[in-house]
Write a protein that binds this ligand. Sequence first.
Ligand SMILES: [Fe+2]
Ligand SMILES: [Fe+2]
Length: 202
Amino acid sequence: MTVTESATTTADASFRRMDESNAEQWAHIGRCTAMNQPRVADRILMLLESLAGIRDGFLTDQLTHSLQTATMAERAGADEEMVFASLCHDVGKAVSVPNHGAISAEIIKPYVRDDVYQTILNHQDFQGRHYYHHFGAPRDLREQFRDESWFALCEEFTDDWDQQAFDPDYDTLPLSHFEPLVRKITASVRSETSGTQRTGAS
Ligand SMILES: [Fe+2]
Ligand SMILES: [Fe+2]
């Protein structure tokens, strides 16, 4: 998949310092940013494809694991945002395994509701139930979130889908099956939060 950026045009903003910019220039940047929004889906799909090259000792590569998790979510009747999040929950491993949950959660945050974001952000603490005893670490880290509104969703995600999705013989749906969903969910920003870059595009 090729991701390209259009060349500079005469209409592009000419400021060299933000404190010298004007509203008209920002309106132009906003229009360009909105026009290039499909780049988000392109980049997420590119990162997901790159997971095919990561196994790190598991029986399946990380793309297969991600697709299998999303397939299980879809077959269990999960809503579209949760299927999308299941597909992307480990995409952070394309960059860094130790903090992959936070990376994945921040990538999808503008496009999903808060309980879905919290599920992906904290999924590793819930996964501890299934294997942290092999490291002498506590298995009950999820209990700190017992009263959270998203606790049951995160339990379903980790216990029923994520931790079971390492089976090379499972009938896993291909990335092409999920591509329209990735494009639909990332077509527009769901909500802006503190730290969002303002461009006038959303
Ligand atoms: Fe994970
Ligand atoms: Fe996972």
